[in-house]
Ligand binder design. Structure first.
Ligand code: ASP
Length: 324
């Protein structure tokens, strides 16, 4: 028995020693559970660039997309808990438990929470030729086209899905959901006219709105935005959908059991990124708000995600949408 304890102590000391060396020049993989080129991917690439300055090692982004972020999230839940595989996900961390009857992970117990990164408003946009030039005209067009409207989303549990659900239930209309592996391919189809409407983060839509390539109808925040290209867009709340508010957040997670010294280094790198002028500038230009409050701390971020699970669960259940 004594021998067993001694062996366990040696093994723990070895893990501890490796943990102290982290990242030891080895590449860190940041899994993005959505398609490349979309808003979650964009945050991840900006963040990776800033974090690698502090960590002194390369961070590569791995787009493991599909099923509203559950495939990439499952990949990280199963990964080695050594700090070299991380997840960047969004509000989907809090909506998946209510949307999926079976998930191969538990968002609250299978991950180490590393901290929150930003909050991003969403915009309601339409395909280029849509004959509605403002939100009021859009509601008229929607009433006249009931049963014929295609609404894109990035899978069950995605931000675009959640926003679309709330929008349809507020208007009491049903649209045909068209799922993608992320909103980068969804926007491409919107530009091509294959889908009619999409609700997506400003980090993906601002440049399209600025270039007038899509029709922009409203923002999902409770107040209008100050970003130059978006400041004239009304909120859905002021447009008649009282109380409508969806803001997307992003956080970083590691597999459960990642050693504490590794978690501390990763959290320090996240907090340093929140002060990185390049990161701040790139994110803010697209309407994102960098997290500077206590939610950059693992425990506070976890508390926040639990409150989001409690907030969205009943709303999703009331909408009666499930995936197996
Ligand atoms: N914006 C997407 C969503 O609807 C995710 C993405 O493609 O980044 O959640």
């Amino acid at each position: 028995m004594k021998k067993l304890f001694a062996l366990a102590a040696i093994a723990a000391a070895a893990v501890g020693a490796h943990a102290q060396d982290f990242p030891a020049g080895k590449t860190v993989t940041l899994v993005v559970p959505f398609a490349a080129g979309g808003p979650t991917d964009r945050v991840a690439r900006d963040l990776a660039e800033a974090m690698q300055k502090t960590l002194g090692t390369t961070i590569v982004v791995d787009n493991t997309a599909g099923a509203g972020s559950s495939i990439g999230t499952a990949k990280v839940a199963r990964a080695n808990p050594d700090g070299y595989t991380l997840l960047l996900n969004h509000i989907g961390m809090s909506t998946m438990p209510a949307l999926y009857r079976k998930l191969p992970f538990n968002v609250e117990t299978d991950f180490e929470y590393l901290g929150m990164v930003n909050e991003v408003p969403m915009t309601l946009i339409g395909k280029p030729g849509l004959p509605a030039n403002n939100y009021k005209e859009l509601t008229t067009w929607i009433s006249a086209n009931k049963g014929k409207i295609n609404l894109g989303n990035a899978g069950l549990g995605a931000a675009s899905h959640l926003c679309g659900l709330l929008f349809q239930s507020a208007l009491k209309v049903e649209m045909t959901p068209v799922p993608y592996k992320g909103t980068a391919p969804a926007i491409a189809d919107l530009l091509g006219g294959q889908i009619d409407l999409l609700c997506d983060q400003t980090t993906n839509t601002t440049s399209q709105i600025e270039a007038k390539k899509v029709k922009a109808y409203a923002v999902t925040t409770s107040k209008r935005l100050t970003t130059p290209a978006l400041k004239d867009l009304p909120t859905l709340d002021e447009s008649g959908l009282k109380g409508f508010e969806v803001t997307i957040w992003h956080g970083v997670y590691a597999p459960k059991g990642t050693p504490a010294p590794v978690l501390k280094k990763l959290n320090d790198a996240i907090k340093a990124a929140m002060k990185d002028p390049g990161f701040i500038q790139r994110e803010e230009a697209l309407g994102a708000v960098i997290t500077t409050d206590k939610r950059t701390e693992p425990a506070e971020h976890k508390k926040f995600v639990s409150s989001e699970i409690a907030k969205w669960g009943p709303i999703i259940k009331a909408a009666g949408v499930y995936a197996d």
